[in-house]
Structures are given as C-alpha cells and as structure tokens.
Design a protein around this ligand. Structure first.
Ligand code: NAP
Length: 289
C-alpha cells in the first residue's frame, strides 16, 4: 500500500484564498480592515526573513501589516510600553513579538502581555487556558494547521485513537487539546513514554512533533493510519521530518510530506487568526457601545 499524500502547500493556498475573499467581503460590508503588527527587536537575519514573509503574506490577503523595528539596544521597558500601546489600539487586530529577542529581553515573558484577543500566535497562557477549557479563543497556528489538514481530507477524528508524539507548549499539547475537542481519544507521548512504538501502533491518527529526524518508523504505523509529520529537521540529506517517510508511506493511508506538509499551514492559519481576531474585536466593540 502506498499512502495518499496530503498536499499542505495546496491546502494552505486554499486557506489563504478563502481568507482573502472573506476579508474583501468583510471590508465591502463596512468592516474595518484587519491589521497585523509585528514587533522585531534587534537584527537577527533569520527573524528579519520570517517577519518579511509574514508581512508579504498579510499584504497578499488584504491584511494591513506594520512592523515595529526596534534596535537591539532597546530596553525591555520600551517593548512593554509598545505592547501596551498596541493592545489598546483598535486598528491592531493581531500582535506578534518575533522571537528570539536579544538576551537582555525576556521574550517568552513579554509574549504573555499580549491581549488574548490579539494573540494571533495563540500561545499566551490566556489562549492556552481558553483552549484547555474548550472556550472560544485564538488557537496556535501550527496545531490549528494540523487539524485543518485532517478536516480537508475528511479524516474522521471523532472516537478514533490519536497519538501525539511530543508535548511542547508550541505543538504537542495544543494539538492534543484540539484533537480532544474533535472527540478523538488522545494519547500524548513524550521522552519518558514506555514502548513508544507500541503506543503509536494503536493510532488511527499519528501526529509527530519531536524534532528528531525520522524517529517514527514505518513499522510503528498501523496500516491505513493518517500520519501528520510536524517535524522540520535540517540534515546533510536536506530537510526531513520526524517520521521516516520512505517506510511510513508504504503503510499509512494518508501522510504529509516534509517539506510541503504542515509547514505551509502555519502562516495560512496566522492570516486566518488575524481575520478572526478583527471580527471578534468588532463584535466586542459593538456589544460595548
Ligand atoms: P520541542 O519543544 O523540542 O519538543 C519536543 C518534544 O518531543 C518534547 O515534548 C519531548 O519530550 C519529545 N521528545 C523528544 N525526544 C523524544 C523521544 N525520543 N521519544 C518521545 N518523545 C520525545 O519541539 P517542538 O517545538 O514541539 O517542535 C517539534 C518539531 O516540530 C521540530 O522539528 C520543529 O522544528 C517542528 N515545528 C514545525 C513547525 C511548522 O510550522 N511546521 C512549527 C513548530 C515546530 P519531553 O517533553 O519529555 O522532553
């Protein structure tokens, strides 16, 4: 058996088109154009490239984007003041603090200051709490992208065994919470899990988010299972995932390639979150007035 590939690039493009159309309609009906503001502190070249990519993607779907570029010498107090200012600004629907920040600035802590209604990365403790409680909120982009890939392939989540390998706040935990919200029976594995291959073999849906090249082998996969590989590992052989693709593709029913699987979904879901944040904020303002 050879698995069907899940084309994350094509699905991400569909999501972007839908977001662009939804924004056009929203603005045509009098809604305020969504705005995404990124704070970039310092001159880390990789961060500058990521921020540039987000700006371009936002522009393409009709989101107004602004980047506050602060010098590496900026103080933590300056960033805090800017965050408070942006939290209070109606035209700003979403705020991102690009990490890593320079060593004298505690980026992880500052991220927690972002208003939950503008937390388009979905990673603040407030957003994590809303997700854990099953309350409406902005969901983390990569995990939301995983669920979107499953939905678009009509993968049944309700009642099935889903095994998530990796329990990071960024990926594993929120993926598990989102699968639970879809009524899957979820097992969350980590580095202390006993007999990981046996646990993964139970899974109808496997999500690998470990950061170890090709750790999950084909003979760990239940025949016909859906395999979502979140891993991005740079090796001498190029980019590989956390799943050994060559062996897993022979056993799985559906599988994401790396690259071109989960990766492209992250920015697509960020754009969608920015629209959702803008619409939710407009609804709150209307209720308050
Ligand atoms: P992370 O914070 O390093 O977490 C890795 C998790 O894997 C931890 O929970 C760890 O367990 C677990 N783990 C490590 N070794 C293990 C083993 N031998 N057996 C079982 N579990 C093991 O990584 P992350 O941020 O979640 O990222 C995971 C991967 O996803 C990386 O390759 C990253 O590049 C990729 N990623 C991709 C995207 C995207 O857009 N596609 C976005 C984010 C991340 P413990 O908790 O016990 O240590």
């Amino acid at each position: 058996m050879t698995a069907t590939l899940i084309d994350g690039k094509a699905i991400a493009q569909q999501v972007r088109t839908e977001v662009r159309e939804a924004i056009e309609l929203w603005v045509a009906e009098g809604g305020r154009r969504p705005g995404l503001t990124v704070i970039l502190v310092g001159d880390d070249p990789a961060s500058a490239v990521y921020v540039g990519g987000k700006e371009k993607a936002a522009h393409e779907v009709g989101i107004e984007s602004a980047v506050h570029r602060l010098p590496a010498s900026a103080s933590e107090e300056e960033v805090v003041a800017l965050l408070h200012e942006l939290n209070a600004e109606d035209g700003v629907s979403g705020i991102l603090l690009q990490l890593p920040t320079p060593p004298h600035i505690d980026g992880a802590h500052l991220t927690t200051l972002i208003d939950a209604g503008k937390d388009v990365d979905g990673l603040t403790p407030q957003s994590a709490g809303l997700l854990a409680k099953g309350l409406p909120g902005l969901r983390p982009c990569t995990p939301a992208g995983v669920i979107e890939l499953l939905r678009r392939h009509d993968v049944v989540m309700e009642g099935v065994e889903a095994v998530v390998v990796g329990r990071s706040d960024l990926v594993g935990k929120p993926v598990a919470a989102l699968l639970l919200a879809e009524n899957a029976t979820v097992t969350l594995c980590h580095s202390r899990t006993h007999d990981l291959p046996a646990v993964v073999r139970r899974a109808d849906i496997v999500v690998a988010a470990v950061g170890r090249p090709e750790m999950v082998k084909g003979d760990w996969i239940k025949p016909g299972a859906t395999v979502i590989d979140v891993g991005i590992n740079r090796t001498d052989a190029g980019l590989v995932g956390d799943v050994e693709f060559a062996s897993a593709v022979e056993v799985a029913g559906l599988i994401t390639p790396v690259p071109g699987g989960v990766g492209p979904m992250t920015i697509a879901m960020l754009l969608r979150n920015t629209l959702v944040a803008a619409q939710a904020s407009a609804a709150r303002l209307q209720t308050a007035s």
